[in-house]
Design a protein around this ligand. Structure first.
Ligand SMILES: [Fe+2]
Length: 355
């Protein structure tokens, strides 16, 4: 199977995975040969792309870190919490309980499959940034937590804090939140209030534990100091705060926004690594680099020597250099063949673009 951006999906292509709508309802079964009507439904859902099966990608198996149904349900619950909070509804206990259940399911999935690399392309199904970002940060944080050996009950708390880390943004004026240009100094000061406002709101009467609250409050603190709201440093920042901070920045960098293109995962990894100590806990960054598959299986990539290929398998020790199936050279179709980018003879070839 391979990942095809929605703009390139055509009638007659074969859907690889089951597909769910934005309410988590089943839409299409994997193996469906797509019709014009199917394409219209997929288009309405704002998927950025889908996985298809074809001859070129035969034998390439992409494994989701988290079942797409659980992911979509979590997306729906987090959306409900944000919408209800914004509407001033204080009676959100039921929604919070439902969201917690979804986080528990994510913890079960990820902790049951410790070896899996997080496939960032899984994490970008819909185009709704705030809610997607919240779910992505939860999945990434839980994965980091699993790799760091955190116990299951603590992982559930960590995931819940990560899911709600930006809840305070509902209290920030929309014109600042959605401003496509750089924020002025005053606007940025206003934006910075969101972690404290979120913490302040969520601590009221919902029985949420102190670790979760502190994780939300501290997700913009920096390991080297200079973060907000309390300008903490090093391990005076809670473990949850440090984990969510790294997951938050990584996902923000690799997501496409109205005002900028998504950063290439390899560049985002470089950015996070370059910010070790000043911004992030080194122990968490080294875990993040090991756990993320920057080029997920099934992704089409272009390389510095003019080749175009599908990622076939990730090398677990060298995530940035996967095994690929080359099918084009300098724009010309070629008989597909395989190449291990981690092989000594191929180290001069680098991935330059996700197609
Ligand atoms: Fe934030």
């Amino acid at each position: 199977m391979r990942y095809v951006p929605l703009s390139c999906v055509r009638e007659g292509m074969t859907l690889a995975d089951d597909l769910y709508d934005d309410e988590g309802h089943f839409l299409l079964v994997g193996g469906t040969c797509l019709t014009k009507t199917n394409l219209e439904s997929i288009d309405r859902l704002l998927y950025s792309g889908i996985y298809i099966e074809d001859k070129l990608s035969e034998g390439i198996i992409h494994e989701n870190a988290v079942n797409s149904r659980i992911r979509e349900r979590t997306l729906r619950e987090v959306r409900d919490i944000f919408v209800q909070t914004e509407a001033g509804n204080v009676d959100i206990e039921e929604t919070v309980r439902a969201a917690r259940q979804q986080v528990d399911s994510i913890v079960e999935e990820i902790s049951g499959n410790k070896d899996i690399l997080i496939n960032m392309m899984d994490l970008q199904a819909f185009d709704d940034y705030t809610y997607n970002h919240s779910v992505n940060v939860a999945i990434l944080s839980i994965s980091l937590g699993v790799a760091l050996g955190i116990s299951k009950p603590e992982l559930c708390k960590l995931g819940f804090a990560a899911l709600l880390h930006d809840i305070g943004k509902v209290f920030v004026p929309k014109d600042i939140l959605n401003k496509p240009d750089k924020l002025t100094e005053n606007e940025f000061e206003e934006m910075k209030t969101h972690s404290k406002l979120g913490w302040d709101h969520i601590k009221k009467g919902l029985g949420i534990s102190e670790d979760v609250l502190v994780g939300i409050l501290q997700h913009h603190e920096k390991y080297g100091g200079g973060g907000y709201p309390d300008n903490l440093e090093g391990e005076s920042i809670s473990l949850f705060g440090r984990i969510i901070a790294a997951a938050d920045v990584y996902d923000a960098l690799t997501s496409q926004r109205p005002y900028r293109k998504a950063m290439l995962p390899s560049d985002a990894v470089e950015y996070v690594m370059a910010s070790i100590v000043t911004q992030f806990d080194p122990m968490i960054v080294s875990t993040l680099v090991r756990k993320i598959a920057p080029y997920p299986v099934g992704t089409c990539v272009k390389m510095s020597n003019g080749m175009t290929a599908i990622v076939k398998e990730n090398n677990k020790e060298v995530c940035l250099r996967p095994k690929v199936r080359v099918y084009m050279e300098n724009g010309e179709d070629v008989e597909p063949y395989e190449l291990d980018l981690a092989g000594f003879e191929n180290l001069n070839i680098i991935i330059t673009e996700i197609v």
